[in-house]
Design a protein around this ligand. Sequence first.
Ligand SMILES: C[S@@+](CC[C@H](N)C(=O)[O-])C[C@H]1O[C@@H](n2cnc3c(N)ncnc32)[C@H](O)[C@@H]1O
Length: 364
Amino acid sequence: MREKHLHQAGIFAYGSDELRLYEERLTRYFTREYKRLAETPVQLATAAIPTCEGPMWEQTAALMDRHFDADLTLFQTFLDSHFMAYTMAYYGEEPAQILKSEITLESAERAKFDLICERAGVCGHERIFNLGCGFGPLETYLSERYPQLDITSITPSRTQADYIRRCIDNSSHPLYKNRLRLIEGDFGEVPLEQLGAGEYDLVFAIGAFEHVNNLHAAFQKIACLLKPSGRTFLHLIVSKPIFPQYHNSSDTLIGRFFPGGHIWPVAIIENQTDFFHLDRHWYLNGLNYWRTLDAWHQRFWRNVDQLYPQILAEEEIRYWNDYFVLCKVVLFAPCNGEVYGNGHFLFSRHDKVSAQVQQQPFGL
Ligand SMILES: C[S@@+](CC[C@H](N)C(=O)[O-])C[C@H]1O[C@@H](n2cnc3c(N)ncnc32)[C@H](O)[C@@H]1O
């Protein structure tokens, strides 16, 4: 009944003929567009994408307001029920395997964390800092595997921080009475002393660098948090080619969902070696994120009665429906996931960092 009402307002549900056609057409359009652009590749030297200018993070307040601080019920209707993970789940390496996989979203999120922890070399005795922790999915995963781990996590989102605090108090949640230290704030603004200078073995940033503006400053601050032998593992949306015109989300159809967002080309992240040495990096095919978004989209519509009209008004349903569709068809579906996907990067801190970083201010 409610779906019918929304349909009459031009808001088409997951799986409807109208939406399927729209998604197919836009995917074809962007496939053509990316192929056309790839005919004249842009080199890093001429791309003029700034990496060390301005504040470390930009528009964090607007981003929280527009996106991450939406009502918790909304996220609970579509995210996986075990981890509440809000990044790509892992279905496989190759397009055919990803599309054929029959595992649930919950299992695919677990597979993602298995892969991340294996690639980051987690042993279970590290002191870990998690930058942009969301609803604490990494914390949940790690506390199930390594109950003694010492983790400090940060998010500026009130919705996410309140949720994690409730999990710590909930005797049936894996985070119950966890020693997790949660900081509610903007990584760029919270002083280093409060975060824990030189205290950590490993800094994770899973789905957080898409919101970084000044890469140099962010890497510098991460280096300051690490012990001399420390390392950092990044998981973020990347582009394989360099498309300067699509680097700022504000110049794309994605901008209204992620104010201040950026999609970094692989080549730029590989080059962030002022404070680190790049040990290894991997590209994960974008169809993994396409499938994740598709599962979120499907769950959103399956539970739309819980949302509309009591939590989300008609225009907000349109907004979130557009969000799932556009992320799928602009980013991850075109060119079989070979243009936009996720990057994994494992960096080790340079030994010489400490003296060097003391002398330089972070991005202003
Ligand atoms: C896409 S979510 C990923 C969350 C989580 N890592 C996960 O795996 O589900 C991005 C996260 O980055 C956080 N974030 C955005 N801007 C931030 C900032 N300035 N400082 C710290 N975290 C930030 C958001 O609040 C959110 O928790």
